[in-house]
Design a protein around this ligand. Structure first.
Ligand SMILES: Nc1ncnc2c1ncn2[C@@H]1O[C@H](COP(=O)(O)OP(=O)(O)O)[C@@H](O)[C@H]1O
Ligand SMILES: [Mg+2]
Length: 365
């Protein structure tokens, strides 16, 4: 483990970027794969990379320097291994300092790229830590991260702006669907943890007898559950990038193909990350008018949630037009992830995308 490479090689002029990855959420492994791809795409002429892993238990450690070790091999996804504990200074006069527990400096970084998905990473908690510590960071701030993570509040904010969203019922604690709820939703429904991602904890329910098992499964991940009517349409994803001058750019669209081809029957975790079933058509084979409509809605959703820097906005394109599904404030950056792919197809190569996201945060936001 080349701990010394962050300490020893002082690279004057280069921007020191902490890639913070892993974390306590169920998307730990996805984050590791995203971090590996970022490590291998960051321009070494401009950036010096300081990997910081967060174990599944939430301990911050010196991370992996070798992107090859952060790849999925034979369906086994990488995890953060404990190397040596580090903590981020909360003293704004020492902003960006990562120290070992004995006080020795690991690295002082200019900016943090939190490539963390899910709770404790994409939900405003870690963003609050960075705000307190006074270090610039890539991506959306506290409020928008928290709202984007929570499917209830995402939909409320989008609906408040008049943007099209589907029907849902929120269940807290031990609440169950009433007959009126069932009549409203109809079948099939999707039962989801309200604050989840990567399809983890989600079931498609086609008869009400399956509901209790689906509820129990979702509640393994969150005590708040969202039950949605099925929306029939093509799944379309749009990348949004906010440039340094504040311009909001919507990417060309990706249309997922064969999302029902895996054993799960929808775009579930295995189908997404392990089975290599899903392919995407980029650009999506939609007419020009629908494409424009989706791109405008993606930018509207970005603004409705007060996002910053980047987001991936997901849609269903139905016979009656596009319906918003969700807003991901820290989308995946894995080699098969849609966000870097749609940006690339829009003329922004992966390395340039990283540079735009990082450099716009300097100097301090
Ligand atoms: N209301 C719905 N109608 C149809 N398909 C859905 C619906 N909700 C979720 N899905 C399917 O489940 C997948 C994961 O759901 P999503 O809400 O995007 O959760 P996650 O945040 O885990 O990605 C979607 O990509 C889609 O294939
Ligand atoms: Mg999704």
């Amino acid at each position: 483990m080349a701990v010394d490479s962050a300490l020893g090689h002082e690279a004057p002029g280069k921007i020191k970027v902490a890639i913070v990855y892993g974390g306590r959420s169920s998307e730990h492994e996805v984050s590791c794969v995203s971090a590996g791809a970022i490590l291998s795409h960051l321009d070494p002429e401009r950036f010096e990379c300081v990997p910081v892993g967060i174990t599944k238990d939430g301990v911050w450690t010196v991370g992996e320097f070798d992107p090859e070790k952060l790849r999925t091999v034979d369906r086994v996804m990488p995890q953060v291994e404990m190397v040596r504990e580090v903590t981020l200074s909360l003293n704004p006069n020492r902003a960006g300092e990562f120290r070992f527990t004995d006080g020795e400096l690991y690295a002082k970084v200019d900016v943090i790229f939190p490539v963390l998905h899910g709770p404790y990473g994409e939900d405003g908690t870690v963003q609050g830590l960075f705000e307190l510590s006074g270090v610039p960071y890539v991506g959306t701030g506290v409020l928008s991260s928290a709202c984007g993570m929570d499917k209830e509040f995402t939909k409320k904010l989008l609906a408040a702006e008049g943007l099209p969203v589907g029907k849902e019922v929120i269940l807290r604690g031990n609440q169950e669907l009433t007959q009126a709820d069932k009549d409203l939703l109809g079948l099939p429904v999707y039962v989801k943890p309200a604050r989840g991602g990567s399809s983890i904890g989600i079931s498609r329910v086609t008869s009400w007898e399956e509901l209790p098992a689906a509820m129990a499964y979702a509640r393994e991940y969150d005590h708040k559950v969202i039950v949605e009517s099925e929306i029939v349409g093509e799944e379309v994803e749009c990348g949004v990038l906010e440039k340094a001058d504040g311009t909001i750019v919507s990417s060309v669209l990706a249309q997922l193909a064969d999302t029902h081809g895996g054993a799960e029957g929808f775009y579930g975790f295995d189908t997404k990350y392990l089975d290599s079933v899903v392919t995407a058509h980029i650009p999506a084979p939609l007419d020009a008018e629908t494409t424009k409509q989706v791109q405008l809605l993606a930018a509207d959703a970005f603004r409705a949630l007060n996002c910053h820097g980047l987001a991936r906005v997901d849609f269903f394109v139905t016979a009656n037009g596009p319906v918003l599904n969700e807003v991901n404030t820290m989308p995946g950056f894995t080699p098969i992830s849609m966000y870097p792919k749609v940006m690339e197809a829009s003329g922004i190569a992966y390395a340039d995308l990283l540079a735009i996201l990082i450099e716009r945060e300097l100097p301090a936001r």
